[in-house]
Structure formats: structure tokens, C-alpha cells
Design a protein. Structure first.
Lengths: 300, 306
């Protein structure tokens, strides 16, 4: 544990000295806030909690970007090999990556909340405890997914390509930028097979309907299982040396991290509960009062 | 006598169809500086990386401090220190931060201020790694290798790519470590480095140890001849020098005679006597001992840096 903390402090220190990190972890999330709340929320104070859910989801989803790229760059440059000479296991390197990512995400999230309140007149904080848990779990899950990307790619360039592909899917299909209820039915159903969608839906629930974590069962479960599976797999596939080849089973193992979302997607096709929730959250933008929580209500 | 600290027996390793190691064997005793000398691609780094626990061998046995590097786990890493062929650290880490971080991973730790002083890095303690010169980076790599007071030190090409002045600085550091009786395994393709620093040397070529011994033994084992270059006051009597005792070969370049001798003292005495009887005198005389380069050339038919 002591090694994880030492590594975490050092990772954070190095991140704060990197202009690219400041841009992607602070400037870009703030740009999301001002673009969403300033453009779509202008003159619509009721829309701000819904839009904040999207902003928070995008901030959390961004976790996997820098983390995977940094780990691959460290491997490519031979930095991980130097760490391999020390009495350190792969778990310490991976856990410190996630922990530093999480700790560095928190100030950005706090700043987003404060700006939403002061600049865009956010009328209520939503269920802060629930949102905090989702941000924690979301950051851990998306960081762990970043570790999976790092474990199956060899070069920074390859990592960028894969990250871009996932990022675009997360951006446009999760409901974070384009509201899910505006999608045709089949696309809505497809979206629930993505890790980003349950996070977006759950954040909408806590931010808009002030839902407690007891109303977020399927979302929390799928994110938790995915984080645990992704961490274990990335530990198994961890490579210290740039010369080490990706084992054949790697891609299959890596793909298994999305099994929780396949199950969630299948369950959602059957129940329709999350789509109903997404619709209610979306409609809240037009209402004057805060909707009551009734997460189990089926779609109309 | 103590049992060897490093034991390597018939180590083999292949990368695809390329056989990097074809049965490497040697032992390193406590307090000894042992060198693996050979050209690039000979298998030196693969051997060292197996001993550091960074790679696994395909066959054979490797033990360091009685532990199997690949199976002893993190406990093993407490016992060793190492510099890689090219040590890399994050560009934006400061010298003191790197030392403090790596030091914190070990149970046994050296005083960091002492290390900074010893490696001449005190003034650079707050400098980012990316802003250090090549020599300073290598000194930091050596300091990092010593943060845990290791029992065994592995130095993989510690002076490769460094300018001669920095190389001499590194030699001084290794010589200090040698005086402290540290067990050191170093790889090099520099003859001077092996001759100056190592108690014993294994010459490695194409994944095999082709000769092993002290630098002196190895040089004697080679053709066994020493080159003597002599200039005389007047030309020598025809054929007289070639017949001197222990001379195996004679070459003449204008006024300079090059004799290859299997026993230098006998040849010198015979030369002086011969010149006295001929009424001639020595104008200048130089003796060139065979180097490990000559040994390598004789064993492989190639120069080390071919």
C-alpha cells in the first residue's frame, strides 16, 4: 500500500507538470461545462442539472484517455523497465495510475459544480452523495478500461487510434452529448451495451431526480464488475518491456471486460427501465419542478 | 572459500529463430568485479537481464545470492541493484524526487544526501531528469542502483555512448565500488573498461562464453606473444634479430624493427648481447602487451567492433 501511495503522489506531481494533462483534465472539462450549460442551458435553469450530468459524465469518461496513453508511452520509452528492477508488482503501478487519475479528477469536478452554481445558476446540487459515488466508480471503471487499452496496444499511436474510436462511441452514443430519447429505438437499445451509457443515465438520475444509490442498482453493479474485471485482466496482461509481445489470448481477455455491459444491455432490452429513466430526465429540462424518483416505471 | 554469489549454468535463450544464448556458464564470487566482454548482439544483455529477473531463460540455471531471479519474487529485487543499457525516467521528475521515490520501495535504504554528494549530483538535485546531460543521467542511474545497498550490482554497458571524460568518471565510481568489495557484474564492449575494471572477464560471442579468466591470463593465453618495437643506431646485421631467443616473428619498417616475443625478458637480454657483439646500440625500445582485443581477434577472427 505504501508503494501505491508513493507512486500515486509521484504520478500526480508529474501530471501537474505536463501541459497536455492540464489541457485534457482541466481546460477541456471546463470547455464542456461552458459549451453545454452556456449554449444549451441559456435561459433554461431547469436544464442545468441535466446538462451537468452530461458534463460530469464526459469529465469522468475522459479518464481512460490520458492514462492509457501515459502507460504505453512509459513502456515505449523504457521507463517501466526501470520500475521493474525495483521490488514492485504490476498491481502497484496500475492501482497508482487509477488512484492518481481519480484524485486529480476531483478538483475539476468540484470546480465544475461551483461554476455551474455561480455562473449558470444551478438550482440544486442533486443527490451529492450519489453523484460522488458515481464519479468515484466511473473514474475507476474508465481508468481500468484505459489500462485494458494500454495492455493490448504497443505504441502511443496505436493507443491514440483505439482511444479515439472508443471516445467517439462514448461521446455520441452514450447520451452524454445527444440525448438518448432522441435516438431511434434500436439505437437506444444498442447504446446500453456501452460502458458509458449506464454512467450517463445514473448521473442524470442523481443530478436531476436526486435519486439515491439504492435506485442505481444495475448501473452501479455493471460499473463495479467492469472495474474489477478490467483491473484483474490488465494486471494479467501487464507488460514492462516494449519488446514483449501481446499474448494471443490478450484481445479475448480484454474484450471480456465489457461482459457486464452486454448483460446490462440484454437486461435493458427486456425491462426498458433505464430508457424510461433517460426519457424522464430529458423531459425534466422542460419542467418547472423537480421530478420525483420512480426508477422502476416502464417506458411509455 | 565462499560459494559464488552468481551461478550461471548452461543458460539458453532464443528470440524466435535467433539463438541469443547457447549455453552460457560462469560464476562470480563475492566482492568480485566480473565482466562480460563481447560485441553487440553477443548475448551479454540477455544474460544480465535474465539475472536481473527481467527475462526468463529457456533453459539452464541462474542463481544470484542463492535465489532464482525469476521465481524469488519481489524479495529478490531487494538484493540487487542495476543500471540498464539505457535507463529512462520521466522527463519531468527531479533528481531528488527520483532518488526518494526509488529508495522508498526498499526496506534497506542508503542516505540520499550521501548518494547525491558521492555522485556529484548535489547541484542538480532539483533539476528535471530531461535536462540532465548524458553523463549526469548515467551517474543518476548508478545512484539509483545503489539506493538499497545491494549485495550484487549489475551494470549493463555503463559507459556506452558517453564521451571519454565522462567514461573515466564512471570508471572512478566503479573502482570505488570495487574497493568497497561490492560484487559487480558488468557488460561492455570496451576493451579498456574490461581490462581496467574487471577482476575476471568472460569473452562472449554468438551466445557462448569463448574464454574466461583474469585479463592477464586471457592475454597470456592468446598467441602468447608480446610486440617489441626497437630502433637501432645503425641497421642490424641481416637475420640476426630473427634468431634472438623467444622471437617468433620479425618485421622491419625502414629503421624500425618489430619483434614478436613469447618471452620478453629473454628476448631483451639476447637483443642487448647481440647489439653489443655487433657494436650497435638501441636508439629506442617499446614493449606492447597484447590486449583483450588481440585475444578476441585470435579467438574469433574478428575485431570486437566489426
Amino acid at each position: 500500500m505504501r508503494h501505491i501511495l508513493t507512486l500515486t503522489v509521484n504520478r500526480m506531481r508529474l501530471a501537474l507538470r505536463t501541459p497536455a494533462f492540464i489541457f485534457f483534465s482541466l481546460v477541456m472539462p471546463m470547455a464542456f461545462l461552458f459549451a453545454f450549460c452556456g449554449f444549451f442551458g441559456r435561459g433554461r435553469p431547469n436544464a442545468i442539472p441535466y446538462l451537468m450530468a452530461s458534463v460530469l459524465a464526459l469529465t469522468v469518461m475522459g479518464s481512460f484517455w490520458g492514462l492509457s496513453l501515459q502507460l504505453v508511452t512509459y513502456r515505449e520509452m523504457g521507463i517501466l523497465r526501470r520500475f521493474h528492477l525495483a521490488p514492485l508488482g504490476a498491481g502497484a503501478i496500475l492501482a497508482s495510475s487509477i488512484l492518481s487519475n481519480y484524485v486529480l479528477t476531483l478538483p475539476t469536478v468540484v470546480l465544475q459544480f461551483l461554476l455551474a452554481r455561480w455562473v449558470f445558476h444551478l438550482q440544486h446540487w442533486g443527490n451529492l452523495a450519489g453523484t460522488f459515488i458515481l464519479i468515484t466508480l466511473g473514474t475507476v471503471t474508465f481508468s481500468a478500461l484505459g489500462l485494458i487499452v494500454a495492455s493490448v496496444t504497443n505504441t502511443a499511436q496505436e493507443t491514440q487510434i483505439i482511444n479515439n474510436a472508443f471516445w467517439l462511441l462514448f461521446l455520441f452514443l452514450s447520451g452524454a452529448t445527444l440525448p438518448l430519447p432522441l435516438f431511434p429505438g434500436w439505437l437506444q437499445a444498442t447504446a446500453f451495451f456501452l460502458p458509458a451509457t449506464p454512467l450517463v443515465i445514473a448521473l442524470q438520475k442523481t443530478m436531476v431526480a436526486r435519486a439515491s444509490i439504492f435506485h442505481l442498482g444495475p448501473e452501479l453493479l455493471s460499473l463495479t464488475v467492469c472495474a474489477a474485471v478490467a483491473f484483474v485482466i490488465s494486471q494479467q496482461l501487464f507488460r514492462w518491456d516494449p519488446g514483449e509481445k501481446v499474448p494471443r489470448r490478450a484481445k479475448l481477455l480484454a474484450a471480456s471486460a465489457i461482459i457486464p455491459f452486454l448483460l446490462l444491455g440484454a437486461w435493458e432490452i427486456h425491462s426498458g427501465s433505464l430508457r424510461a429513466s433517460a426519457l424522464r430526465s430529458f423531459q425534466s429540462m422542460e419542467r418547472q419542478s423537480v421530478p420525483q424518483v420512480s426508477p422502476e416505471e416502464p417506458p411509455r | 572459500m565462499n560459494s559464488p554469489v552468481i551461478q550461471v549454468e548452461n543458460l539458453t535463450k532464443s528470440y524466435g529463430s535467433v539463438e541469443a544464448l547457447r549455453g552460457v556458464s560462469f560464476e562470480v564470487n563475492e566482492g568480485e568485479v566480473f565482466g562480460l566482454l563481447g560485441p553487440n548482439g553477443a548475448g551479454k544483455t540477455t544474460t544480465v537481464e535474465i539475472l536481473e529477473g527481467l527475462r526468463s531463460a529457456d533453459g539452464g540455471r541462474a542463481l544470484v545470492c542463492g535465489l532464482n531471479p525469476r521465481q524469488a519474487g519481489l524479495r529478490y529485487k531487494e538484493e540487487i541493484g542495476a543500471t540498464l543499457q539505457s535507463t529512462a525516467l520521466p522527463e519531468k521528475i527531479r533528481v531528488r524526487e527520483a532518488l526518494a521515490m526509488f529508495s522508498s520501495f526498499y526496506g534497506r535504504r542508503r542516505n540520499l544526501a550521501d548518494l547525491l554528494r558521492r555522485f556529484g549530483l548535489e547541484e542538480k538535485r532539483n533539476t528535471f531528469y530531461g535536462q540532465l546531460s548524458g553523463g549526469q543521467k548515467q551517474r543518476l542511474a548508478l545512484a539509483l542502483a545503489l539506493v538499497n545497498e545491494p549485495r550484487v550490482l549489475f551494470l549493463d554497458e555503463p559507459t556506452a555512448g558517453l564521451d571519454p571524460q565522462v567514461r573515466r568518471e564512471i570508471y572512478d565510481i566503479v573502482e570505488e565500488l570495487k574497493q568497497e568489495k561490492k560484487t559487480i557484474l558488468l557488460t561492455t564492449h570496451y576493451i579498456e573498461e574490461a581490462e581496467r575494471l574487471c577482476d575476471r572477464v568472460a569473452i562472449v560471442d554468438y551466445g557462448r562464453v569463448i574464454a574466461l579468466g583474469t585479463p592477464r591470463e586471457l592475454k597470456q593465453r592468446a598467441a602468447g606473444t608480446t610486440r617489441i618495437e626497437v630502433r637501432l643506431a645503425r641497421p642490424a646485421v641481416d637475420g640476426a634479430l630473427a634468431k634472438l631467443e623467444a622471437v617468433s616473428d620479425l618485421l622491419q619498417f625502414e629503421d624500425r624493427y618489430v619483434l614478436h616475443s613469447t618471452h620478453v625478458p629473454a628476448t631483451i637480454v639476447a637483443l642487448v648481447k647481440q647489439l653489443e657483439s655487433d657494436g650497435n646500440e638501441i636508439a629506442s625500445l617499446e614493449i606492447f602487451s597484447p590486449s583483450l582485443e588481440d585475444v578476441f581477434l585470435e579467438l574469433t577472427g574478428r575485431k570486437l567492433r566489426d
